[in-house]
Design a protein around this ligand. Sequence first.
Ligand code: SD4
Length: 324
Amino acid sequence: MEQSRKEFFKKSVLGLGVITAACESAAKGSQQIQKPLVISTWDHGKLANEVSWKMLKEGKSSLDAVEAGVMIVESDPEARTVGLGGYPDRDGFVTLDASIMDHDSRCGSVAFLQHIENPIAVARKVMEETPHVMLVGEGALQFALEQGFEKINLLTEKSKKDWEKWLEKSKYEPVINIENHDTIGMLAIDNDGRISGSCTTSGASYKMHGRVGDSPIIGAGLFIDGEIGGAVATGLGEEMIRTASAAMIVEQMRHGADPQEACDEIVDRIIRKNGGKDVPQAAFIAVDKYGNYGGGSVHKGFTYAICTNEIENTIKKAKFKLTS
Ligand code: SD4
């Protein structure tokens, strides 16, 4: 008798748990979506957001918005870590990585692409015009030219001079600027509540020729799942590839973490994997499908720009974990 009462109690409690969980998810399901929304990495994200925000307010898709927004930074010769004017590799070649992904998990990317000002637009063409996800190097260039992109010299005088100075010592250490202006990654939600993301970079400055970072690797530098949300990364790409960071952030959110908690968890993981010492910079922004957002980094200095109906395009300092 005692046994069956206990069983009954256990079953009731379990049942209650199920009911509570169901209520919670129903509540979440009915949560208002903060839309439109656009969030991008670093200070230069603010300029990119401006373009994307205007498009989102006009009712354009998040996919169009994340492409057009980051193109502004790609085409800016003063943005030294993206597109035109980006720092070259150690042999003096500007090689670009980019990826784009939409609400329905459609994605495209290019890696080790040279001579093309807007690799993000080529990544989108890979997504829409080929049966593939990723094209690299010569093949990516060939495809871009077939698609009508212009072949140009991406190495500006300024970047060439800096590279020549670097050559004097040629100390091989891929440089990641932890303070400001780096890879641009963007996440946006449009008026239909659809989320997309983009990521574009010239990669780690003075890297080895042929080195590819996380930015064109779906799941490492960028990941979107329309059912959950999205994440994008900046920092030393090897860390993001090792930990499949962007996908892991989305998975953390799938299991209940909010975007800030999800970024924090991956930052902690990267610190742990490095034994807590000499940890490279790694930084993330994330958004869930309701428009909750967060940003986090290993080291101080990472900023992101956010724009919603409530928040005028603003640069925020992200939470960071290490002070050294
Ligand atoms: C890379 N993640 O190629 C890029 C570079 C970057 O902040 O984001 N720098 O590793």
